[in-house]
Design a protein. Structure first.
Length: 446
């Protein structure tokens, strides 16, 4: 027995001695499998989102003459760029959406979030949307170096609804110019310039997702695919994305809501309040110092800009201010940004209306600012046309048509307005004879 004991002990202990060795070997095998691509995907995946947007769709008439609307559903991808939940995607993924839902990889976050559009740039096919959560969201690093021809790249997206799909390739071309027809067959052809060309698979649903370098940095937003060629996709370079963000998507001029005041973004002191606007109606005054907006304390210019952009039309926005060394609270009813723009520049509020004969569309004046540029107008007046010196007269049928005319003109520009006014209150607008009810006059824009 004394001779057999060492052998029995060796047999009993050998599995225990072998287990650490096997674990070490398995760990070495796993480490060899964790390539740079795997590392990039692990780091970037929590910042990539799957986007589902539902639009009002096309209005059609069926065989029995019934009018119905066919909703549209679009899927795409996006990238979290600020931990507050701001996401960049392609504009065509969310344009016209009545509902937008965002989700992460189930392994990172199983919840679905409702998103709202913050700003859009259709010309560059980029949009900024936002989600709210109870924690900071992981944001992706934006690259700072130009892409290299031939360097390895990774695309993450949701092609054909297959969420968080990874494809790899190289930068196969730089500075490409591409024309893309409208998806619905209507509207202008989009012209993209200076795109990154890649052979990484970019299919329907990848739109808005990231193109990453081997360091895990965002070098482009996947945008378009060449439908007649294999292994050719295109991405908007990150430098251009950064430019569009700074000059357009993060510009307060693109905010969807209008509050009617202007602020020194460094000192948070109110320097202008539009008379008759939402801030003026709430009691805000020039010289007030803004301490918080929509419940968020203002610590720097970036905080103010992001918080302000997130305000939506019709929101009741709480403000906390300091006035004469006293804290006060106000609530501002946000206006639609387009309505605010027209009120700010013209001093009027307008609504679309139909007039007979012919049921042509016009703009009816609903409110006039007494001290504004259009103080001579009256509620009920019809804006028929506008003319800028040296250009043809332009008929007005929608608010955005008027906005586009004004957006090309600097402050203090003069325009000529043509209006219809029902002087005899008979419900008709006389355009001939002694009771002529069409007038014109010049105004100076703010």
């Amino acid at each position: 027995m004394t001779r057999a004991l060492p052998l029995l002990l060796a047999l009993a202990l050998s599995p225990r001695l072998a287990a650490p060795a096997r674990a070490q070997a398995e760990d070495r095998d796993l480490q060899r499998r964790i390539t740079p691509v795997v590392q990039v995907v692990r780091e970037a995946r929590p910042s990539v989102v799957f986007i589902q947007s539902n639009g009002a769709g096309e209005v059609v008439q069926d065989f029995w003459g019934r009018i119905r609307q066919i909703p549209t559903a679009i899927t795409g991808s996006g990238v979290v760029i600020f931990e507050d939940g701001y996401i960049v995607t392609n504009n065509h993924v969310v344009d016209g959406a009545t509902k937008i839902q965002v989700s992460f990889d189930q392994a990172d976050d199983p919840r679905a979030y409702d998103a709202q559009i913050i700003s859009q740039d259709s010309r560059n096919d980029l949009a900024l949307i936002k989600i709210d959560g109870d924690r900071p969201f992981p944001a992706l690093r934006l690259g700072s170096n130009d892409p290299l021809l031939g360097e390895s790249v990774i695309a993450i997206g949701n092609p054909y609804g297959q969420t968080h799909t990874v494809s790899t390739g190289i930068v196969s071309g730089l500075h490409r110019n591409v024309k893309v027809p409208p998806r619905d067959g209507r509207g202008p052809v989009l012209e993209f310039t200076n795109l990154i060309q890649t052979d990484a698979a970019i299919n329907a649903g990848n739109s808005g997702g990231p193109l990453l370098n081997i360091n895990g940095e965002l070098i482009g937003i996947n945008a378009v695919v060449n439908a007649v060629a294999e292994n050719i996709g295109f991405a908007i370079p990150v430098d251009h994305v950064r430019h569009v963000l700074n000059d357009h998507l993060l510009s307060l001029d693109r905010a969807r809501a209008w509050l009617g005041f202007d602020l020194d973004p460094e000192r948070f002191v109110v320097r202008e309040v539009t008379p008759g606007g939402p801030a003026a109606l709430a009691g805000l005054r020039i010289g007030d110092r803004l301490e918080s907006l929509a419940g968020k304390p203002l610590t720097n210019a970036e905080t103010y800009r992001l918080t302000r952009l997130a305000v939506q039309p019709l929101d009741e926005v709480p403000l906390e201010i300091t006035r004469d060394r006293r804290r006060e609270k106000l609530v501002v009813q946000a206006w639609n940004g387009l309505d605010g723009y027209l009120f700010e520049r013209l001093g009027v509020s307008v609504e679309p209306t139909l007039l007979s004969p012919g049921m042509r569309r016009y703009l009816r004046v609903t409110e006039v600012q007494p001290t504004g540029p259009s103080a001579a107008l009256q509620p009920g007046d019809i804006l028929d046309a506008v003319q800028v010196e040296g250009t043809p007269l332009k008929r007005l049928a929608a608010k955005d048509e008027l906005m586009w005319v004004l957006s090309t003109l600097p402050p203090q520009s003069r325009i000529k307005l043509f209006i219809l006014r029902d002087d005899d209150a008979d419900g008709q607008y006389e355009l001939r004879g002694a009771n002529w009810e069409r007038y014109s006059g010049e105004i100076t824009l703010r």
